[in-house]
Design a binder for this molecule. Sequence first.
Ligand code: ADP
Ligand code: DP6
Length: 334
Amino acid sequence: MKSSAIAHSNIALVKYWGRSRTHDPSLNIPSTDSVGMTKLGESDDIRLLTHTTIEFSDVYEQDSATLDGVFLTGRAMERVLKVVNPLRTIAGISHRFKMMSRNDFPTQAGLASSASGFAALTIATVDGLGISLSKREISAFARLGSGSAARSIHGGLVYWYKGDSHETSFARQICGPTEFDMSAVIAIIHKGRKEVTSDVGHKSAHTSPFDRARVNISRKQAKDIEKAILTDDFSVVGRISEESSRYMHVVMMTSDPPLFYWHPNTLRLIKLIQKLRPSLECYASVDAGPNVHCLCRPEDAYELRKILDETDYVNMTIVAGLAGGSHKTGEHLF
Ligand code: ADP
Ligand code: DP6
C-alpha cells in the first residue's frame, strides 16, 4: 500500500548547530535546545513543502528513493535508511521500498529542505508500515534523518529538547500557527547548492573557541524566546532570533575548517534590516546558507518585501507565514 505525507520546512529562531559529543553522533542529538518556526510559503508555486510517497512491497528487489526525479545514493540514501530501517524493524516487515519525494523550493540552499524532507518521510513511512506512534516518537525518528526535521513534525512555533537519548530528544509545539503573528520574508541571495552541507558542518562546531559560550547561552535563549512567544512579545522574539543567528555564524566562521555560509550580499542585507528599524520592525536570521529570513509582523510583510525586491542584490523573495504540522495525504506521487 502506498502512503504519502506533506511537511513544511522551518527556520530556526534559536539555532541547532553541533551535535552532543557524549552520544553516538548518528543519533543527531544536538548540543543545545532549539526553537523553530514552521513555514508556509504564501505563493501558489512555493509553499515551502515536501511531498513524499513511499510503498513497501515484495515486488521491489531493492530499496530506492528519488528526490525531484534524481535517485538518492551515498550519504543521501544512507540518511533515508536511518529513518526507515528502525521503523521497518519495529513493524517486523522486511519488504523493500520505493520512495519518491518532491521539494517545491531549492534543496541544500539553507532553506531547510532536510527538515521538511525527513519529516514527510517519517510520517509516510510510519503510515506505510501500519505502525502506531505518538507525535513525540515520530519527532524523535524524524531527527535520525535530520535534526531540524524533529521540529517540522509540528506546526506553528516549536521547541526541540536536546534530551539525553533517542527517546528524550524530540520536539513539541509551543503554539499553533494562528496563535502568534509573525511572517518571514525570505530573501534569496543565491539559490545554488551550498558546498558544505549542515550534516558535515555540525561536525566541526566544537572546534570553535566560541562554541561553549554559544551552547551555554542557547539554553537561556530557548527558554526566553518561548516565554516571549507565549506573551506575544515580538520584539524579544526578533531580538533573540537575530542574536542566535549571529552567534551561530561566529561559531561557523571560527571553526576548523572555517565555514563561511554568508555571501557578501548576506551582510549587506543584514545591515539593511538593522537600518529599517525602528520604523519597520524586522530582524534577520540566517541558517546554513547565504539566504536571509527577515522576520516581521504579518502586516509589515509586503512592505518589507517591496523594499527587499527593490535592492539590486536580492534575486527573489518569498513571504512565509506559520504552517500547520506534517500530515498524511491521499495524493500519491506514483
Ligand atoms: P537544506 O538547507 O536544504 O536543509 P542540508 O544540506 O541541510 O540543506 O540538507 C540537504 C539534504 O537533505 C539533501 O542533500 C538530501 O540529502 C536531504 N533531503 C532534502 N530534501 C529531501 C527529501 N525531500 N527527501 C529526502 N531527503 C531530502
Ligand atoms: C543552521 O537539521 O539540516 O538550519 O541534522 O545534519 O540534517 P542535520 O542538520 P540540519 O541542521 C540545521 C542547522 C540550521 C539550524 C537549525 O535548523 O536549527
